[in-house]
Design a protein. Structure first.
Length: 542
């Protein structure tokens, strides 16, 4: 036993020593390496960091300095990430041809680099960096770095100029009367479009970087004085907890910060339209924009947002209400129609009118599979066709959709594989799902869940499934907000912007479920009254 105890102690001491050496080496790796005064040494270190990188450009040149002669310097940037016109006209040309004379004693002073920045460089964004890590980060961000012999610091010069897609109408959210511009993959273009919508200095943009390999720039947008400060801090806290190698799109961030990662319902809202995101910000929400993706997320999200559209607030309230009701009806049809068909034809034939029952029986006569199997086969084929139509090129995708909808469906009925009623039900379900694009992914999964319950227990199984979904929706939260608000908990003042879209002049307050700082949205008590020339019954102001 004593021998075993001694061995354990020896192993513990060795483990402690190994751990200390690892911590020391790790701290040495993380310790920033300062720039030296020798230009050649700095360039040698940077070339070793960017080894085997053919896009690294190092432009060495000299510029004049009074009483000392020419000073050797270098400009470092990555080809394809910078604007060559900015490099040539605003950086190299002023340094080589318009060098301001410097005094001899200033050349050994570290502040001389600041004089180069203030007097020679004709660019808007310049900052001083002191370490090799900052130089590398600046180059990878699309900037140019200026180094000079005799200076132990460098200049990070803003010269971004990579290729980017022009602003165009988004494909996922088409508009009839509303704005037709959509976000692009350029983060600064996206924030600028939101700035155009909200010309208020209270619109704040916080910046952070995620991804140890990608170093993706993330912006947090909110309106100071409207958004809840606790919500803003919570979003920032969740983003800081992300410690991964790569962040390439909003979907990466969404999966790390959402409240319920195992639910099929979306709890973070995404959009390609600047006007839609601006409307969410004005209600008190917080937006998260990711560089490299044309989608912007907003939190918190409520269930009713799946049936809202940015154009609902542009059209008249009567038509907007009717469109929302149609979307809700399409949601119910897309979710329940296959399950109800199986339940009625298998367990509850007495609920079907006699004439219709005979017609359905005659059309399904001779099919080799039960109704549940037929429905499952057709739904599976529909999902495959939908995925193929999305992923294939547009011209081929339309062809696949036509072939799948017309040729394959008709051929399946004539061959006696499935009955005509099954094809009709699947077609109605497919068309209804296209009317609710925001929640169509969740509906496509829940449809199978209810279909299995209907095949085994009939309408009783559908009832159980709906109760399970209702309980699940009631338990969901999105950054502290109840997902089913304002229905659960019930908030009657917020019902003006749910299934019914009240006139804009009637929406006095912002949604209480989001907990905005400024609850009051406007002070218009009624619509315009032409008889008095005033707003409703409001007394005429002197």
């Amino acid at each position: 036993m004593r021998y075993i105890i001694k061995l354990i102690r020896v192993f513990k001491e060795q483990h402690k020593k190994k751990r200390k050496t690892e911590e020391v080496s790790h701290s040495n790796k993380e310790r920033p390496q300062l720039l030296s005064r020798g230009l050649k040494k700095n360039l040698h270190t940077l070339k070793a960091i960017f080894e085997d990188s053919s896009d690294l450009i190092i432009r060495e040149f000299s510029f004049g300095m009074d009483k000392v002669g020419e000073v050797k310097s270098a400009l470092i940037f990555l080809d394809g990430l910078v604007s060559l016109s900015t490099i040539n006209e605003s950086i190299i040309k002023p340094l080589m041809h318009n060098s301001h004379p410097f005094h001899e004693e200033e050349t050994s002073d570290i502040t001389s680099m600041d004089q180069i920045r203030d007097r020679l460089l004709a660019v808007g964004e310049v900052r001083t960096v002191y370490t090799h890590n900052e130089v590398v980060e600046a180059c990878l961000s699309g900037n140019a770095v200026f180094l000079a012999d005799g200076f132990c610091k460098a200049l990070d010069i803003g010269a971004k100029g990579w290729e980017k897609r022009a602003v165009a109408e988004p494909n996922s959210e088409t508009a009839v009367r509303g704005p037709r511009e959509g976000f692009t993959e350029n983060l600064r273009t996206n924030t600028a479009m939101i700035r155009r919508k909200i010309k208020d200095p209270a619109l704040k943009i916080r910046s952070t970087v995620l991804g140890k390999r990608t170093h993706t720039l993330i912006n947090i947008l909110y309106i100071d004085g409207i958004a809840d400060p606790g919500l803003v801090n919570e979003v920032q806290r969740r983003l800081k907890k992300i410690d991964v190698d790569a962040i390439l799109a909003t979907g990466y961030v969404e999966q790390y910060i959402e409240d319920s990662p195992f639910t099929v319902f979306p709890t973070i809202w995404c959009s390609e339209k600047p006007d839609a995101v601006a409307g969410k910000l004005l209600e008190g929400r917080v937006a998260v924009a990711v560089d490299g993706t044309p989608f912007v997320m907003t939190v918190p999200m409520l269930f009713i947002e799946n049936f809202q559209n940015a154009e609902d607030y542009i059209t008249r309230s009567h038509y907007a209400t009717w469109m929302r009701l149609l979307r809700l009806i399409a949601f119910v049809i897309s979710l329940l129609t296959p399950a109800l068909y199986i339940a009625f034809t298998t367990y509850h034939q007495e609920l079907i009118p006699t004439t219709l029952l005979f017609t359905m029986a005659a059309s399904s006569e001779g099919t080799p599979f039960p109704a549940a199997v037929e429905m499952g086969i057709m739904m599976l084929i529909f999902e495959i066709l939908r995925e193929a139509g999305i992923r294939m090129p547009r011209s081929m995708g339309q062809t696949i959709s036509i072939v799948g909808a017309l040729v394959m469906g008709e051929a399946a009925v004539q061959a006696g594989i499935v009955g005509a009623p099954v094809v009709i039900v699947v077609a109605i379900t497919a068309v209804s799902s296209f009317a609710i694009p925001f929640i169509s992914d969740a509906v496509s999964l829940l449809r199978w869940f209810l279909l299995i319950l209907a095949s085994t227990m009939g309408s009783f199984g559908i009832t159980i499934g709906l109760f399970v979904l209702l309980i699940h929706l009631t338990s969901l939260r999105s950054f502290g907000a109840h997902y089913l608000a304002p229905l659960a908990p019930f908030q009657p003042n917020d019902l003006k912007d749910t299934a019914v879209r009240a006139p804009l002049w009637a929406m006095h307050t912002r949604p209480r479920a989001i907990n905005p700082q400024d609850l009051k949205r406007q002070e218009i008590p009624a619509s315009y009254d032409p008889s008095t020339g005033n707003k409703g019954n409001r007394s005429e102001e002197s």
